[in-house]
Design a protein around this ligand. Structure first.
Ligand code: SF4
Length: 354
């Protein structure tokens, strides 16, 4: 294990833990973000896309929360709301016990919460050298010795400062660029790092190296991660808990082993059944997901999944299911009426759900 320069992390300028170890680092309550788009004939009407609609969850200190769901389910919008890149329409973001816009300023939130994006090249300024890219944020925030931080972090993410400090983003590989983006995020001494498809564009061998680097950094620096990915195997490898989103809502949250053993929401079941497996013994009885997600401009009433759910009953079309613990598993939550309906429960149980 490499040694980190004492001037870098979690140095005296790192944000102070204001709550006890049991207080979640991040709490999101009823978060909403609707984007206006042009609709109707000739695009004359303004309609709203309900990208994130009432999302609530918490992230414990030191854990990795994986967020999964189909493209367009709202996971990246949720990530951008959490780091303050876009403004919420409603809801609360509470970081380390302080509410954004209440006690917590956007500047303080951005010190504590950093983000790494999928596109490693677009994330970097092509006109800045690698060392300047890493040092820039720390310099703007007034942190001490930004260049010293940059060099220490380059070494920590596996890039020799003597070779890479003066290079430009187009002169290095995608894997090296993503290491630079991770170093750039860490230069701000964050406690929470949001990784939005951060390894998705990498070759499999490079992806494994970056995942191991992220796991090492989390252990060494006491970091907390939100890890967004469409790749369930990667999410399983790095996450402690998994949150499943569908059409702007949270439909299931559970410890990683629990949700891999048994999905409590039909959407999660279909999502997991689509995972490729070379092992014939692990082939699932659960039906694959069919059809496209409904239009987020006008989502279905009641349970938003009812138009694609093989277990849907009358109540599903009219009543919104609450996200609540399933029987005998207080930390496994699902938003599905099946858990209250014995007939559907029985049918789903036969197919390995619930
Ligand atoms: Fe399917 Fe009804 Fe559960 Fe929604 S609430 S997932 S429609 S069974």
């Amino acid at each position: 294990m490499s040694v980190i320069d004492a001037t870098v992390l979690p140095g005296p300028e790192a944000p102070i833990d204001k709550g006890g170890p049991n207080q979640p680092l991040l709490i999101v309550k009823d978060l909403k973000k609707h984007f206006p788009v042009r609709g109707g004939i000739l695009g004359r009407n303004k309609v709203m896309v309900q990208a994130v609609d009432g999302v609530s969850f918490s992230v414990r200190k030191g854990e990795t929360l994986g967020i999964v769901g189909e493209s367009g389910c709202g996971k990246s919008t949720t990530a951008r709301l959490i780091v303050g890149l876009i403004e919420k329409d409603a809801g609360e973001i509470i970081y380390d016990g302080e509410g954004l816009g209440d006690v917590l300023s956007l500047r303080d939130l951005r010190r504590g919460v950093q983000m790494v994006f999928q596109d490693s090249y677009a994330s970097l300024n092509p006109r800045l050298t690698i060392e300047d890219s890493i040092a820039f944020g720390a310099s703007v925030q007034g942190l001490s010795d930004p260049l010293g931080r940059a060099h220490s972090l380059m070494a920590r993410v596996g890039l020799d400062p003597a070779r890479f400090a003066q290079r430009y983003p187009h002169e290095i590989s995608g894997g090296q660029r993503q290491r630079i983006n991770i170093a750039r995020a860490l230069a701000m001494s964050p406690r929470l790092v949001v990784l939005d498809e951060a390894v998705s564009a990498l070759d499999k061998s490079v992806e494994a190296q970056v995942l191991n680097l992220l796991a090492d950094l989390r252990a060494e620096l006491g970091l907390t991660y939100i890890f967004i990915s469409h790749d369930l195997n990667v999410v399983r490898y790095i996450s402690d808990r998994v949150l499943v989103m569908y059409l702007g809502e949270v439909v299931e949250v559970a410890p990683v082993d629990a949700i891999w053993a048994r999905q409590a929401h039909p959407y999660s079941g279909s999502l997991f059944s689509a995972m490729p497996s070379m092992d014939p013994d692990t082939r699932t009885k659960k039906p694959p997901l069919t059809g496209d997600p409904p239009n987020p401009i006008n989502p279905p009433s009641g349970c938003r999944f009812h138009t694609r759910c093989r277990y849907a009953e009358a109540v599903c079309k009219t009543r919104v299911p609450a996200l609540q613990p399933i029987a005998a598993a207080p930390d496994h939550l699902a938003a599905c009426h099946l858990h209250d309906l014995s007939s559907g429960h029985e049918k789903a149980g036969k197919e390995g759900l619930l």
